[in-house]
Design a binder for this molecule. Structure first.
Ligand SMILES: [Zn+2]
Ligand SMILES: [Zn+2]
Ligand SMILES: [Zn+2]
Length: 301
C-alpha cells in the first residue's frame, strides 16, 4: 500500500540538515477522488500552474464552483474551492489594476490615490493568500500533519520551527513545507537561492495588513502619477507571484503525474521504475524497495 492513511513517522529525523529542513512525506488517500474503493481522479487542481500561464496570457484560470462540489465525484480537498475563488479574485484584481493604470480618463487626484492604495493592498493580500492556499491544497494530499499547516501563514509555510525536535527537547531548526513539497520531486535546488524573493511576498502582505507607520499613505498628486506608481507595483508583484507560482505549479504537475501513476496501476502500487519517470524520491525504508538480499537463499529453480 503506497498511500499511507496516517501521519506517523520516525521522529526526530536523522538524515542530516537537508532532510531535517525538508521532511519526507507520502501521498495519502486524500490525494485521490474515490468511486467506492477505486481511485478515479486527482484531488487537486493546478491553480498555480495555470496562474503562471495566465500571467503570460497563455491560458485561462479554472473555474471551480458549488456545482462541482455537489457532484458525487467532486473534489473533497477543502483547499481546492477557496483556491479557485482566490485565484479568480486575484485575476480580477490584476485586470482592474491594468484597467486603472492604462486609463487616461481624467480623475480627481485624491480619488486616484484612494484607488491606488486600495488596489495595491488587495493585490498584496491576495497574492499571499493565493500562495498559501495553493500550497495547502498540495499539503492536504500528503501525510504532513495538518497541525503543521492548517493555521500557517505563508511565512510559516516557508519556514517554521521543527515541532518534532522541539518536542524532543533538542536544538530546534527551521522546516520548510514548501521545501518539503520540492524535496520529494528533487526540486530543492531550484528553491535554494530565492528565499529573499519569497519573503518579499510575505513582507508586502504584512505591510498592507499593518496599521502602523509602514502602511501606505495617501499622497495626492495627479492621477497619472498614481497610475504609474501602481503600474510599477504591479510589475514587481506580478514578477514575485509568477516566480512563486512557478515553484508551486511544478509541484502540482509532479503530484498530478504521481497520482496519475497510482490510478493507472491500481490496485497494485506503481513500480519504482514508473515512479522514476516523475521522478519521485523514495525513502530508504520504502516497502516497495526489494528487501536487502542475504546469501544462501535463492528463488532460482
Ligand atoms: Zn527537527
Ligand atoms: Zn530537499
Ligand atoms: Zn523561488
Amino acid at each position: 500500500m503506497t498511500i499511507s492513511s496516517n501521519a506517523t513517522r520516525r521522529e526526530p529525523h536523522g538524515h542530516g540538515a537537508h532532510s531535517a529542513s525538508h521532511p519526507h512525506w507520502e501521498l495519502r488517500r486524500n490525494a485521490l477522488i474515490w468511486s467506492g474503493e477505486t481511485p478515479v481522479a486527482a484531488n487537486l487542481s493546478p491553480f498555480a500552474d495555470e496562474m503562471v500561464k495566465w500571467l503570460q496570457q497563455k491560458g485561462p484560470l479554472s473555474v471551480v464552483t458549488q456545482a462541482t462540489r455537489n457532484h458525487p465525484l467532486g473534489y473533497t480537498n477543502p483547499y481546492t474551492y477557496p483556491a479557485a475563488t482566490i485565484s479568480a479574485g486575484l485575476g480580477a484584481i490584476i485586470n482592474a489594476i491594468v484597467a486603472f493604470c492604462k486609463s487616461t480618463e481624467p480623475m480627481d487626484p485624491l480619488e486616484a490615490e484612494i484607488q491606488r492604495i486600495r488596489l495595491h493592498s488587495e493585490l498584496a493580500i491576495n497574492i499571499a493568500r493565493f500562495c498559501e492556499v495553493t500550497i495547502k491544497q498540495l499539503l492536504h494530499c500528503t501525510n504532513v500533519p495538518l497541525a503543521m499547516y492548517r493555521r500557517a501563514t505563508l511565512g510559516q509555510l516557508l519556514a517554521q520551527d521543527c515541532p518534532a525536535c522541539r518536542k524532543a527537547g533538542m536544538n530546534t531548526h527551521d522546516i520548510s513545507l514548501l521545501g518539503a513539497l520540492a524535496h520529494r520531486y528533487f526540486e530543492c535546488l531550484a528553491l535554494e537561492h530565492c528565499v529573499i524573493d519569497h519573503m518579499k511576498i510575505v513582507g508586502d502582505r504584512r505591510k498592507m495588513d499593518a496599521a502602523h507607520s509602514e502602511a501606505p499613505i495617501l499622497n495626492p498628486r495627479d492621477a497619472a502619477a498614481s497610475r504609474s506608481d501602481l503600474f510599477e507595483v504591479l510589475e514587481e508583484s506580478g514578477y514575485g507571484l509568477g516566480h512563486m507560482a512557478d515553484h508551486i505549479g511544478t509541484y502540482e504537475r509532479k503530484m498530478l503525474q504521481e497520482v496519475g501513476l497510482i490510478i493507472a496501476s491500481w490496485p497494485t502500487p506503481p513500480s519504482l521504475n514508473t515512479l522514476s519517470r516523475v521522478p519521485v524520491r523514495i525513502q530508504e525504508d520504502d516497502p516497495r524497495l526489494p528487501p536487502r538480499s542475504h546469501s544462501g537463499e535463492s528463488s532460482a529453480v
